[in-house]
Design a protein around this ligand. Structure first.
Ligand code: FES
Length: 609
């Protein structure tokens, strides 16, 4: 064991020798970013070692400059504890505060939650009322005849219903009496809708009496420490039960953290929350329950379960009111999970409104759902983490300091989340930058960043620089005392991979139904990235097929909206389950001409927008 001290905080703890610094810092409660999952390839887990590090390893020599190494900058996923150490974690390596994606669409539904409260004025039982206390409560409150109580509640009843008259509140969940509370608590009945995203975890706290959202919060999924995408997480579980348990605990802790943040902001107590609904992709749902997701990692990419699940929340490790229940929305297929069912509910794709509508929920995985008359078709494609800022040299989450808009208009104009100096580039900024480079002819159709001699405009020519290993890059922002913020040739390739994958899936779904983009009445874009992207940039790069931009609508975090709808409406809960059963899943991976389509879709051949 050795003492690890965090400076300047001064916090220290004994940690086992042999742990990586990143693992050891996690024990001190400090999470370091690790988009590559600790593989030593992203270079984003940098920390300043003031004392105690051994000589740099080859991966560090490759990802850090000699000057940075001389300053003490090291990769926390490579350096191991082997004696007392003093370490500083720069703000750029810490988990950022997330930008919260607004609730998005608002589908009006009658408020009919699974959990309700009933006020009961209980009188003392008379001689001619010799029935059980529970029956007395039921008669007095005119509660349903088939009401049942669990053993836990039966054990608490003698202390609660001691025969004295008084006012009580019955907490009901359909045919279950969940609890009996003293006094009138009918005005305090809350539920929480949860979206367990691969990158971001979001909670929406809802007053179940009015259906109104009273608070929300977002945090980075703690599982990102084990890899940025679902494949990295699935691969982590190959190592064994302990690794699966690490991911389960990380998911539970992320959910509890985001719930507690939302509760604190809204001044609601855990005890006042009686129901939670949860959406997420299939891998997240498996990991959250501690179920091995290995079957999702190889053909034919099947889940262990697809059904909606419900259970006492505490059984899944979530602390709310002790009697609270958790409802997990159903999944459709291996890579079309409960988050897609949520987005289908949010966009009313569960109904045949007589319009042809396509919804794309863009994250590290992109799910698509198409409503065409009676048919609901779904497919999915791995979009990769580029739009989440990973595998991009200066990439970062959509958090304060991230460039979210790029305009090249004689000069470079950047819009930074929260204002101030840019720290990196998030997904929408990456898309804009790519579209602008194409518009100004700095990148050609194949995605090649031109040599300075090939570029006419001197303003762009001087921004085209050569980085290590002769890699071409375009400077977006010069920074004092730091390397410039630049978009590299490799970043453009990553953008092409993500864009090509999404576009291939859109074309595939339309083709399978004999439709063209012109047939679409509406194209809904959902998800953290989908909500902030510029439709003109998406059309120019060919991420979306040529269509009237007026048909494109942003629906915010559709998955979360769906979880919220399932929280306040039992009907919508059922409609989600029905849609999941009826949806036709089209498997894109493995189709004969997939590679050819994908290669074509990677070209920057959008329309002039
Ligand atoms: Fe350390 Fe990626 S290089 S987490």
């Amino acid at each position: 064991m050795s003492v690890l001290t965090l400076v300047p905080e001064g916090q220290s703890a004994e940690v086992p020798d042999g742990l990586t610094l990143r693992e050891a810092l996690a024990r001190l409660g400090t999470e370091v970013l690790a988009p590559c999952g600790g593989e030593g390839t992203c270079g984003k887990c940098r920390v300043l070692v003031h004392e105690g590090a051994a000589a740099p390893l080859p991966e560090e020599n490759a990802l850090l400059t000699p000057e940075q190494l001389a300053q003490g900058l090291r990769l926390s996923c490579r350096v191991r504890v082997a004696g007392p150490m003093q370490v500083e974690v720069p703000a750029s390596s810490r988990r950022p505060a997330m930008r919260i994606l607004p609730g998005g669409v608002n589908r009006p539904v009658p408020i009919d939650p699974a959990v309700t409260k009933e006020l009961i004025h209980l009188e003392a039982q008379k001689l001619d009322q010799p029935w059980a206390r529970l029956e007395h409560l039921r008669f007095s409150g005119e509660l349903r005849a088939d009401l049942r109580a669990d053993l836990d509640l039966l054990r608490r009843l003698p202390a609660l219903l001691d025969g004295e008259p008084g006012t009580f509140t019955a907490v009901l969940r359909e045919d279950r009496l969940l609890d009996v509370e003293r006094g009138d608590t009918t005005g305090r009945c809350f539920g929480v809708a949860l979206d367990l995203g691969t990158t971001t975890v979001v909670a929406s706290l809802v007053d179940l009496t009015s259906g109104r959202e009273v608070g929300h919060a977002a945090v980075v999924n703690r599982q990102t420490t084990y890899g940025h995408d679902v494949i990295a997480r699935i691969n982590h579980t190959i190592e064994g039960e302990a690794q699966l348990e690490e991911l389960r605990v990380a998911a539970v802790q992320s959910l509890q953290e985001v719930i507690d943040q939302a509760l604190e902001k809204a001044e609601v107590k855990r005890d006042e929350v009686y129901e939670a609904t949860l959406v997420g992709n299939s891998t997240m749902m498996h990991l959250f329950l501690g179920i091995s997701p290995l079957s999702l990692g190889h053909l034919p990419y099947v889940a262990m379960f697809n059904d909606a699940l419900e259970m006492p929340a505490h059984q899944a490790g979530i602390a709310l009111n002790p009697v609270a229940w958790l409802y997990m929305l159903p999944e459709i297929a291996g890579f079309v999970g409960a988050d897609t069912v949520g987005a289908i509910l949010a966009t009313s794709l569960d109904e045949d409104e007589g319009r042809i509508r396509l919804m794309a929920d863009i994250g590290t995985n992109c799910e698509l759902a198409l409503r065409h008359g009676k048919r609901l078709l779904v497919t999915s494609t791995p979009a990769g983490p580029a739009f989440e800022g990973a595998r991009i040299a200066c990439g970062m989450y959509a958090a304060p300091g991230a460039i979210e808009e790029v305009h090249l208009d004689g000069t470079v104009k950047l819009k930074v989340i929260g204002g101030g100096e840019p720290r990196g580039l998030c997904g929408s900024g990456l898309l804009d930058a790519g579209a602008e480079l194409v518009r100004h002819g700095i990148v050609d159709e194949t995605g090649r960043l031109l040599d300075p001699e090939e570029v006419q405009n001197p303003a762009w020519r001087e921004r085209l620089i050569e980085q290590e290993e002769e890699e071409r890059a375009l400077v977006l922002a010069w920074r004092e005392g730091e390397p410039p913020l630049a978009l590299t040739q490799r970043d453009i390739r990553e953008l092409q991979l993500a864009k090509g994958s999404i576009r291939t899936a859109i074309d595939f779904l339309l083709e399978k139904t004999g439709l063209t983009p012109d047939d679409l009445d509406e194209f809904c874009l959902a998800g953290g990235f989908g909500n902030y992207l510029d439709e003109h940039s998406a059309l120019r790069l060919g991420l979306l097929p040529a269509m009237d931009p007026k048909k494109i609508h942003f629906v915010g975090n559709g998955a979360l909206v769906g979880a919220r709808l399932a929280l306040i409406s039992r009907d919508l809960r059922q409609r989600g389950a029905l849609s999941a059963r009826q949806a036709e899943h089209l498997q894109l991976a493995g189709t004969p001409d997939f590679q050819m389509r994908f290669a074509e879709s990677m070209l920057f051949t959008g329309g002039a927008q």
